[in-house]
Design a protein around this ligand. Structure first.
Ligand code: ATP
Ligand code: MG
Length: 401
């Protein structure tokens, strides 16, 4: 599915030219996979990231070790690169805006700042709902105990979330009643929060979209996500539960949202499907997303290649999925047998003996529980076969399935 909205002419940044170094703010695994895609296409990559030895810094041609808002670091990144993107939604939006003063930046600081703030994001989704018909969860802004006293009873039980800096379920507290809410708010140390009504989820899906400066947009197939302890556990595509009707509404909503934002780059939008079959829009990530990792092995164009294409102002690639796929996140937990304190290397050889298995490890030297160390994607001609491989892989890695 593609739509055309506005048309700014493209000024492509071709590989193998003086301008062919692409910059990225953030040095994590998403930056590493971006670098792999960019290098495959003949680009060089410069990473700005304060941490030494980070996943993207290990593979990029240039690693500028500086804070995301360090003027000298940003100037060095600008000097090296023809265009800059981000792999991390919590980089200061202002850094992107500054970089855009004398060079191409996508997505823009303005788009990233909407995604960084749950309240702005929900206001934006509510405005989009005029076109999409898909609303965010009922919610209220909570700054202090006065707000706790005022909120409607209808929002309880609910989830209190910090407005900024949340990820992987961090900065969230589930509350059953007003007393628990008051306690949770007291524990937030004055951080601005949003209380969301706890919804009866049937399952969760995400939709990956990409848009070029010329307004051309593409949408990937809908992905079904299972979370454990607030962290993505598996992504399955095609989604086993989604109906054609729900998939179409979600994909159309995602295309509307990316067009309304005039966003350039890869954007992932998370939705809830409720027990009555209705859709609710949860949040968006202004970058490739963990639930889109399957595209590397299962689609004609991966989400990272798409990010490179959008950033280099090239035509976007074909999003067709050629193989059903299941993606399993590999957390540091699989290095620890039972309650062991000392890590041991998982049996990658046994895992890789399984059919259609693609292992991706991010080069993180220290395995810690709940830390994303890598992922594995199982592809097969039929989804049921990929799901059967997932079960065998979980046995090998000691993951309860
Ligand atoms: P991530 O960065 O991993 O996407 P996050 O920390 O930004 O997560 P959310 O996506 O908002 O947080 O919430 C994490 C999970 O909590 C959701 O995937 C969903 O399972 C559950 N959840 C969040 N909000 C609600 C809600 N209003 N009703 C029911 N469940 C919810
Ligand atoms: Mg989420």
């Amino acid at each position: 599915m593609t739509i055309d909205t506005q048309t700014t002419p493209r000024h492509p940044l071709l590989p193998n030219t003086e301008q062919s170094c692409l910059g990225i703010l953030g040095g994590g695994q998403l930056g590493r996979m971006f670098a792999h895609a960019a290098q495959t296409m003949g680009y060089q990559v410069a990473v700005l990231e304060p941490e030494a030895g980070c996943p993207a810094g290990q593979v990029a041609e240039h690693h500028i070790q500086a804070a995301y808002d360090d003027p000298a670091g940003l100037a060095a990144l600008r000097k090296l690169t023809g265009a800059v993107t981000t792999e991390f939604e919590n980089v200061p939006a202002n850094s992107l805006t500054m970089l855009a003063q004398d060079g191409f930046v996508a997505p823009s600081g303005a788009c990233v700042s909407v995604a960084q703030d749950r309240l702005q994001e929900k206001d934006f989704f509510t405005r989009c709902a005029m076109h999409t018909g898909v609303f965010p969860a009922p919610h209220a802004r909570i700054e202090n105990q006065d707000d706790v006293a005022l909120i409607s009873e209808d929002l309880l039980p609910g989830i209190l979330k910090t407005v900024r800096m949340g990820y992987d379920g961090k900065g969230q507290v589930r509350v059953r009643n007003r007393d628990e809410l008051a306690q949770a708010v007291a524990g937030m140390n004055g951080q601005l929060c949003v209380l969301e009504k706890m919804l009866p989820l049937a399952y969760e899906v995400s939709v990956l979209v990409a848009r070029g400066v010329d307004g051309q947009a593409v949408v990937y197939p809908i992905a079904e996500n299972v979370h454990r302890d607030g962290i993505l556990f598996t992504t399955t595509v095609p989604s086993p539960n989604v109906t054609d009707g729900v998939a179409q509404i979600a994909q159309k909503a995602a295309l509307d949202i990316i067009a309304q934002l005039a966003y350039v780059g890869v954007l992932c939008i998370e939705f809830f499907v409720l027990q009555d079959g209705s859709l609710v829009v949860n949040e968006m990530a202004p970058r490739p997303h963990n639930s889109g990792h399957y595209t590397i092995n299962a689609c004609v164009t991966s989400q990272f290649e798409q990010q490179v294409r959008a950033l280099a102002q090239l035509p976007l690639g074909n999003v067709r999925q050629h193989s059903p796929a299941v993606m399993l996140n590999i957390l540091g937990d699989v290095w620890f047998e039972g309650d062991a304190v000392n890590p041991r290397e998982p049996a990658w050889d046994k895992l890789l003996a399984l059919p259609g298995t693609h292992l991706h490890l991010y080069g993180k030297s220290e395995a810690r529980r709940a830390r994303k160390m890598g992922h594995v994607t199982f592809v097969a001609p039929k989804l049921a076969d990929a799901q059967a491989t997932l079960a065998l892989a979980c046995d090998i890695l000691g993951i309860a399935n």
